[in-house]
Design a protein around this ligand. Structure first.
Ligand code: HSE
Length: 337
C-alpha cells in the first residue's frame, strides 16, 4: 500500500474540520485508492504539530508553539499540502508563502483560501506547471457548490459562453431575509455573523469582494482567463434599503447578488452586481445561505447547480474531494507503486 503524507497549514475551524474529516475517511482511502493517507503535520499562525507516523484526532488540541511556516511543512515530508489559512486577496495572505513553497518543490497542493489565488494566480499556475505539482482549489471556488469541477468534468469539451452565480452565502442570506421576512440589513447581517458564514470583515461579503474572488478564480483556473480584480466592475448590496426591496417585491422580482461572466471571441468580461429575477427563474428560489451557478455552453445548453452545504464541514469536504482527485491521478500515474 502506498503511503501518502498530508499536511494542513491554517488551523482555524476549516483546517480543523478538514483534519477530522480526513482522519475519519482513512479507511475509505485505503479501500478505494489503496493509499495509507497519514496526516503528518498541522499548523496555525503560531503553533503546530508534526509526526511522520501520522497524527490522530486526540492530539490536535495540543499544538506546540513556534512549529509553523513553510519550512516546518517542508520538513514534515508531506506529499500533499492542504492550505486553509485566512484569505486576503489584497496581499495574498499567509497562504501565499505556503502555496508558493509547496508548488515550487513539486508538492501537490489543495487550496481553500481564496486570497493567494486571486492575488498571484498566474504565478502559482506557472509554479505548478514548472514543477508538475497538481494544484486543486474546489474549496476556494464556492466549496460545496460545484463550479470548477462542473467545467473540468461535467461540461468537458464544451465552450463556456456565460456564467451566472450566486456565489456568496452571506449576501444571499441578507437579501432573502430582507425580502421574505422584512427585516433590516443590520439585523440580517448579525444573523449571518452568528451563523458563522459571514467573513471576519463582512464588507468582503456585502461589498461583493467575496463573490468577485470566487468568480475570478473560476474564470482563471476553470476557463483559462487571465483576469485581475481591476478588470471587474464590483458592486455590492450595501446600499439596498427596505424601500428598494419593497419596490422589487411589488414587481414580483427577487434580488440576488450575482457574479457574471461572458466569453466571446476569446474575451472574458466579468462583473459583480445585483440582478433581479422573476419567480419563474430558479435563481429567484435560491433561499437563505444557499448558492447556485448557471453555466451556458455551446453544446450542452444551460446547466444549473445548487449547493446548500453547512460550514465548515462542506468546505472541508470540497477540499477532500480534491484530495480524492489527486489520489485518483496518482493511482493512474506510471510512477505509482
Ligand atoms: N463569507 C463567505 C460566504 C464564506 O458568505 O459565502 C466563505 O467564502
Amino acid at each position: 500500500m502506498q503511503t501518502i503524507k498530508v499536511a494542513i497549514a491554517g488551523f482555524g475551524s476549516v483546517g480543523r474540520a478538514t483534519a477530522n474529516l480526513l482522519l475519519s475517511r482513512r479507511g475509505r482511502y485505503s479501500q478505494v485508492y489503496g493509499a495509507d493517507v497519514r496526516l503528518v503535520a498541522v499548523c496555525g499562525s503560531r503553533s503546530g504539530l508534526r509526526d511522520e507516523n501520522g497524527l490522530e484526532a486526540d492530539r490536535l488540541d495540543n499544538l506546540e508553539d513556534a512549529l509553523t511556516g513553510p519550512d516546518f511543512i517542508a520538513a514534515s515530508g508531506a506529499d500533499i499540502l492542504i492550505e486553509a489559512g485566512p484569505s486576503d486577496f489584497r496581499t495574498g495572505g499567509p497562504g501565499l508563502a505556503y502555496i508558493s513553497s509547496s508548488l515550487s518543490t513539486g508538492r501537490d497542493t489543495i487550496v481553500i483560501s481564496k486570497g493567494a489565488l486571486v492575488h498571484s494566480g498566474r504565478q502559482l499556475r506557472e509554479l505548478a506547471r514548472l514543477s508538475g505539482a497538481m494544484l486543486k482549489l474546489s474549496g476556494a471556488a464556492a466549496a460545496a457548490l460545484p463550479t470548477i469541477d462542473l467545467v473540468h468534468h461535467s461540461l468537458k469539451g464544451c465552450e463556456v459562453l456565460e456564467v451566472e452565480g450566486i456565489l456568496n452565502a452571506t449576501t444571499n442570506y441578507l437579501l432573502d431575509a430582507m425580502t421574505t421576512r422584512g427585516i433590516g440589513f443590520d439585523v440580517a447581517l448579525r444573523e449571518a455573523q452568528q451563523g458563522g458564514f459571514a467573513e471576519a470583515d463582512p464588507r468582503n461579503d456585502t461589498e461583493g469582494w467575496d463573490t468577485a474572488c470566487k468568480l475570478l478564480i473560476l474564470a482563471n483556473f476553470g476557463l483559462g482567463a487571465n483576469l485581475t480584480m481591476d478588470d471587474l466592475n464590483v458592486q455590492g448590496i450595501q446600499s439596498v434599503t427596505t424601500e428598494l426591496i419593497e419596490a422589487w417585491r411589488r414587481e414580483g422580482h427577487v434580488p440576488k447578488l450575482v457574479g457574471s461572466l461572458t466569453h466571446l471571441n476569446d474575451t472574458f468580461r466579468a462583473e459583480v452586481g445585483i440582478r433581479t429575477y422573476p419567480l419563474s427563474d430558479p435563481f429567484a428560489n435560491i433561499r437563505g445561505k444557499d448558492k447556485a451557478i448557471r453555466i451556458t455552453t455551446d453544446a450542452m445548453g444551460e446547466t444549473i447547480a445548487i449547493g446548500a452545504g453547512k460550514e465548515p464541514l462542506a468546505t472541508a469536504a470540497a477540499a477532500l474531494k480534491d484530495l480524492e482527485h489527486i489520489l485518483t491521478a496518482r493511482a493512474s500515474s506510471p510512477l505509482a507503486e
